[in-house]
Design a protein. Structure first.
Length: 108
């Protein structure tokens, strides 16, 4: 199951230095709904290597404002407490594409 990021825990997790993938989503977003099970599966697959989870932009707002989330879903990646901007993705993605990005994140 994917980790649930909130405004209260997201900074601490990012600053831990671990590789992090955050799926920014909303309940009304169709592509977000279709990606939800994929994110859950990848969170289990990479549980020992990275923190993979979801951030509901309707219930939380700090991360959305800081990283200028304008479209959903938006996938953010962090390593060593810093955003990895060239891995950021917007729009619905396949499991294979997400897995590839996570692998690239781990190789950094």
């Amino acid at each position: 199951m994917a980790f649930e990021f909130t405004d209260q825990n997201v900074k601490q997790i990012i600053e831990s230095g671990k590789p992090v993938m955050i799926d920014c989503w909303a309940t009304w977003c169709g592509p977000c709904k279709s990606m939800a099970p994929l994110v859950d599966e990848l969170a289990e697959e990479f549980a020992e290597q990275a923190v993979i989870g979801k951030y509901n932009v309707d219930e939380q707002g700090d991360l959305s404002n800081e990283y200028r989330i304008m479209s959903l879903p938006t996938i953010l990646f962090f390593k060593n407490g810093e955003p990895v901007k060239d891995l950021r993705m917007v729009g619905g993605q396949t499991k294979e594409t997400l897995r590839d990005r996570i692998q690239r994140l781990l190789e950094l």
